[in-house]
Design a protein around this ligand. Structure first.
Ligand code: TXA
Ligand code: MG
Length: 340
């Protein structure tokens, strides 16, 4: 958290009024900042797509305040959803369920499902509650991450301003605690399937459901389409490579010979010889997956501004503990593999 005081009640009411009028408001959540619009207003949702430069067939998540009735938005509410909500809401878990016909097509990208999430950040909760109250307790806020399509998600209000300038009204709630987007679990097909790994892990889900979710290994051909599941996504502008340390060393040597400055993100214990080498902008990789997740997007944004020709990142262990960070780093690297 920064020292920034939270928005006042009057500022929250003002933001809720903007949403009510079909305008967009960027707001903090515990995962990343969202770019919100009234989920029941197709024009507001169209504004979100336009601001992000996002294709219209990508669905957005509907955010609800604590205590809201998720079944208002769903055509079916399975027992598994009930259990997961009891265990993890409010919190960084998005559930995909069959959508209620009252949901505009634009929200679900034309699919027959909808993503629902109840964030735990107090500023998000206040905004969602204030907006919902204006709709008789049934207001929902459609919100993708508040970044341009394909960019790194914002974890501070300043990141949102860096993306959109003054064009978007931003509520400042300090730095996001989790740092990467919510876990997305699909419950719309009769079995639990992880679409996007996040802070709530497959172990956490299995513990509650008594059944492990299918993992997003690319073989799940009937999975609903999700932009966060595109191979190349979440990318900085500076080329990024994700490789085991042994494979990074030749790249470091080549950069040194070319007189280039590169960023190196690796375990301090492995990178000792390179950490203080000229032409190397070294960052010690956090040893804990949750700390790495919290710092990841801020780090990528900072390295984008660090005047380096390449960002070299040491690959992480292929264990479930690291699945979410691996996923985001893998996609950031894939953006450049695709261009090569
Ligand atoms: O943590 C988060 O989830 C953040 C904060 C703001 O809540 N939101 C977020 O939204 O990451 P976005 O739009 O950047 O990513 C949401 C992902 C997208 O990949 C989208 O395609 C997928 O959720 N999604 C939303 N509704 C879906 C649906 N009905 N079926 C499949 N995927 C869906
Ligand atoms: Mg996003």
């Amino acid at each position: 958290m920064t020292g920034q005081p939270y928005p006042t009640d009057a500022e929250i009411e003002h933001a809720a009024a903007l949403l009510d009028a079909g305008e967009l408001v960027a707001f903090p959540t515990e995962t990343v900042y969202g770019l919100g619009g009234d989920a029941a207003n197709p024009e507001a949702v169209a504004r979100i797509y336009a601001a992000k430069g996002r294709p219209a067939n990508h669905p957005v998540i509907v955010h609800l305040p604590p205590g809201a009735d998720p079944e208002y938005w769903a055509a079916e509410w399975p027992e598994s959803a009930r259990k997961l909500v009891a265990a993890f809401w409010p919190g960084p878990l998005t559930l995909i369920v069959k959508r209620h016909p009252r949901i505009p097509d634009a929200v679900s990208g034309g699919q027959d499902s909808v993503g629902l999430r109840c964030p735990s950040h107090p500023v998000a909760q206040k905004l969602l509650a204030a907006f919902s109250a204006r709709r008789g307790g049934h207001g929902g806020v459609a919100a993708p991450s508040a970044n341009r399509f394909g960019h790194v998600s914002p974890t501070t209000a300043q990141h949102v301003r860096d993306e959109f300038g003054a064009a978007v009204h931003v509520l400042d709630g300090g730095a996001s605690d989790v740092g990467i987007e919510s876990t997305i679990l699909d419950l719309s097909r009769g079995f639990p399937a992880l679409l996007r790994p996040g802070h709530i892990t497959p172990h956490d889900i299995a513990r509650v459901l008594g059944e492990a979710p299918r993992l997003p290994d690319g073989s799940d051909a009937t999975a609903p389409r999700a932009s966060g599941t595109l191979k190349a996504h979440y990318a900085p502008s500076t080329p990024l490579a994700l490789l085991p340390f042994e494979a990074l060393e030749p790249l470091l040597c080549a950069a040194r010979e070319n007189g280039e400055t590169v960023a190196l993100v690796a375990r301090a214990s492995r990178a000792r010889a390179w950490a203080s080498a000229p032409g190397v902008h070294f960052v010690a990789a956090p040893e804990d997956p949750q700390v790495y997740a919290r710092e990841l997007y801020g780090l990528l944004r900072a390295l984008d501004r660090a005047n380096v020709t390449r960002i070299l990142i040491e690959k992480l262990p292929e264990t479930l503990d690291w699945i979410a960070v691996n996923d985001r780093l893998g996609r950031a690297a894939a953006a450049f593999e695709a261009r090569e």
